[in-house]
Design a protein around this ligand. Structure first.
Ligand SMILES: Nc1ncnc2c1ncn2[C@@H]1O[C@H](COP(=O)(O)OP(=O)(O)OP(=O)(O)O)[C@@H](O)[C@H]1O
Length: 413
């Protein structure tokens, strides 16, 4: 069976197919007074710590450039003090950068006056904080409608919009509850609902789930992924948690001392760390939780068309020296597989392909995590078929080859 499938780790690192909605170029932020001197010292190679010792100024960001694509979840990850929150807050100008450019949808954020900023924040940006920031004396509905109220949206309309988003985040019926009556997870759902009421294109989420218990945190992550699939917002998500970054990020920017050390898809960051810092950061990651079926599958070639007979299937198996072959329709919809032994028998006895077709083969979706695949494949005598929601065969996975691929990856890092 192993002759049939050679599993390779294929990075699904295709860049998101869309245009940038946010462009950040050469962004620097220095906190303190002696900005020029601090920057000069930093440019001359002095570390953030040395600059602080000499000038009392903190270089929170230094020459940061990146683009965020429309519809992606871009994660800013790094240790405490690496500059994640400062960067996020520069994007909506809660913090004014010292140098650099930021564009949102082609509009220059840095040059905006107070009024223009107010408008762009209202139209395009929603922010969600770690500490929920709910108004304790207002009920949930009034918390969610607060922003709309300030925007002058009539009461009936804002209540209607708020009820819709509360429903969306799983809090339908909680409008009249007070914040003190809600659990942490529920409060953060309110925070999410509040950010969504004005239907912003971009959500800025600062350690939004960090205050939650691990189980609730995981639920919230799942819900964010689900919401994101439905709403297609652009999200910048700050976290210091690698697992969270790997789970949520379309791409991840890993920050260190105010600079970005690598930007890449979760798979790229894990399997291709650009330097020793990133390597160390990801050293303990359990690859089985991060890689999915599409990362470890191999394109099934050859396949037999279901219109072919056992003779054709046998010829293909002999020609390619494989012990079984997948059978598909003209549109590559999976029908099952036939084994070499059964096919030889069929040719001898005049049986048809349908007589020998095995349909009880394990099937997984392209996004199924490798951890699930491993538990399924242990009990299976056949390779696993990777099939999309339309029944189309994308790839095949087998047991020993997965292990070999994992061992190879473990050896690389
Ligand atoms: N208002 C401020 N005044 C002075 N220094 C600041 C200020 N805000 C942040 N800093 C400094 O800037 C650097 C980056 O801080 P920032 O909060 O952006 O990091 P972070 O990666 O978000 O960390 P954390 O995960 O702990 O929030 C740190 O050295 C911090 O001490």
């Amino acid at each position: 069976m192993e002759g049939f499938v050679i599993v390779e780790i294929v990075c699904s690192g295709d860049p998101p197919e869309s245009e940038p909605i946010i462009r950040v170029h050469g962004l620097t932020k220095v906190f303190g007074h002696d900005l020029e001197k601090a920057l000069e010292l930093h440019r001359s190679g002095r570390s953030k710590k040395e600059v602080h010792e000499e000038t009392n100024a903190t270089i929170a960001l230094h020459n940061v450039s990146f683009e965020v694509m429309r519809g992606e979840t871009f994660v800013l990850m790094g240790l405490s003090g690496s500059g994640k929150s400062t960067l996020l807050r520069c994007i909506n100008r809660l913090i004014d950068p010292t140098e650099g450019e930021i564009e949102i949808d082609g509009e220059d954020i840095i040059g905006m006056d107070h009024e223009e900023l107010r408008l762009i924040r209202r139209r395009k940006l929603g922010m969600i904080f770690q500490n929920f920031a709910l108004l304790p004396q207002r009920n949930i509905l009034d918390n969610v409608t607060f922003g709309l109220e300030i925007m002058g949206v009539p009461k009936a309309e804002r209540n209607q919009r708020a009820e819709k988003v509360l429903e969306m985040v799983g809090l339908g019926g909680y409008g009249s509850s007070m914040p003190s009556e809600l659990s942490g997870g529920m409060k953060q759902r309110v925070g999410l609902a509040r950010a969504l009421t004005s239907d912003p294109d971009i959500l800025l989420m600062d350690e939004a789930f960090s205050a939650l218990d691990p189980l609730i945190r995981r639920d919230m992550q799942d819900e964010l992924l689900e919401l994101q699939e439905r709403l297609g917002k652009t999200i910048i998500f700050v976290t210091h948690d690698l697992d969270e970054a790997l789970k949520l990020g379309t791409r991840i920017a890993l920050m260190k001392d105010g600079s970005i050390v690598q930007i890449g898809t979760p798979e790229e960051i894990l399997t291709n760390p650009e330097n020793a810092y990133v390597e160390k950061f990801v050293a303990d990651v359990d690859l089985t939780r991060v890689l999915s079926a599409k990362d470890v599958m191999r394109r099934p070639e050859p396949v037999a068309q279901c219109t072919a007979g056992p003779r054709v299937a046998l010829h293909l198996m002999e020609e390619h020296d494989i012990p079984m072959i997948f059978v598909v329709t003209r549109h590559r919809n999976l029908r099952g597989l036939v084994t070499l032994e059964d096919t030889i028998g069929a040719v001898k006895t005049g049986k048809t392909m349908s007589d020998i077709l095995k349909t009880d083969i394990p099937i997984v979706a392209p996004d199924a995590p490798l951890s699930d695949i491993l538990s399924l494949i242990v009990d299976s005598q056949y390779p696993m078929a990777v099939v999309d929601e339309n029944g189309r065969l994308h790839g095949v996975i087998s047991r020993a080859s997965i292990l070999a691929a994992l061992a190879r990856k473990g050896g690389d890092s």
